[in-house]
Design a protein around this ligand. Sequence first.
Ligand SMILES: [Fe+2]
Ligand SMILES: [Fe+2]
Length: 331
Amino acid sequence: MGQEKEPEGEARGEGDPVPESGDTRVADPKDPLLTATLALLRERIERYPEEARLLAWMQPGLERGELCLPVVRGAVMRVLELMHSDEVDLGSLSLAVEADPSLATKVVGVANSAFFRGSEAALAVRPALLRMGLRESRAVVAAVALRSTVFSLPGFTERAEALWRHSALTGLACQALLEDHSPWDDSGFLLGLVHDVGRLVVLASAAELREGRGRAARLSDEAVESAMEALHAELGALVAHAWGFPKVVVEAVRDHHRPEASRDLDNVLAFGLYAADTIANLHERGWRPGSCPENDALVRDLLEPLGIDLPRCEKLLAGIEGGFAALASLV
Ligand SMILES: [Fe+2]
Ligand SMILES: [Fe+2]
């Protein structure tokens, strides 16, 4: 990342993973979102010394408008661009997938899985996508593309895996909640899938710092978690912006822990994502509608503006669980 040379720490242990990460250009150094993120980062360096080593490591790159992220191959970038394009169709999606043999193999495998299987095996990308249909194809291709790249983080394998599960669950929940809210009826899954991508930026930076300098002992997991919690929404918005997502999506990612801060109070995307994230978090802790009056009330309030009551939420959750089980076994 171009940080200053520092004295060698402990040698890297044999077999320690080397994170495949790189600096992604995310914004112009004068971009207001970048400036606001930097101000937040500087404030935390002052106030939270335990996070300072990690945040100071991230600071120079961020000042140049660059972020540390696991490498996203060109073909995967093309797939991401297509995801939020109005012109996406099965032909363009299949061309983008075919350009990446590893992605193509996995997508064809998904189409031939028990969840989608037809009477005959699909042997190529296009028939595989045709079998799944455009909406499911978009979701499956995005999930496969991100799972094997951004959510694969040597050095933090378990944490990245947990984040993947949470993101997939949030994506499925967001898709279900926004299904009747055109024009966002096709946007929920991808939004949920990327909403916490800022956490991976912090993890990738921590992996780079630990791998490069052997300072695991001086960078606690608690410091990584608290830095992640504080900065991930802004960092995630920067990544979404760099990936070419529409402004309203970037703002939904930025505001996903405080949707009331969203400038546009009609921003159903921000409220839908907030509700989906909350439901995913509660579900991961064992909540179901009717199991806890306090959480029931919380969810009821969040879903009311979306026109969804608790019994409907319970039905949606059954579908979300089915989709998650399928997705978890497929990618
Ligand atoms: Fe979050
Ligand atoms: Fe989340």
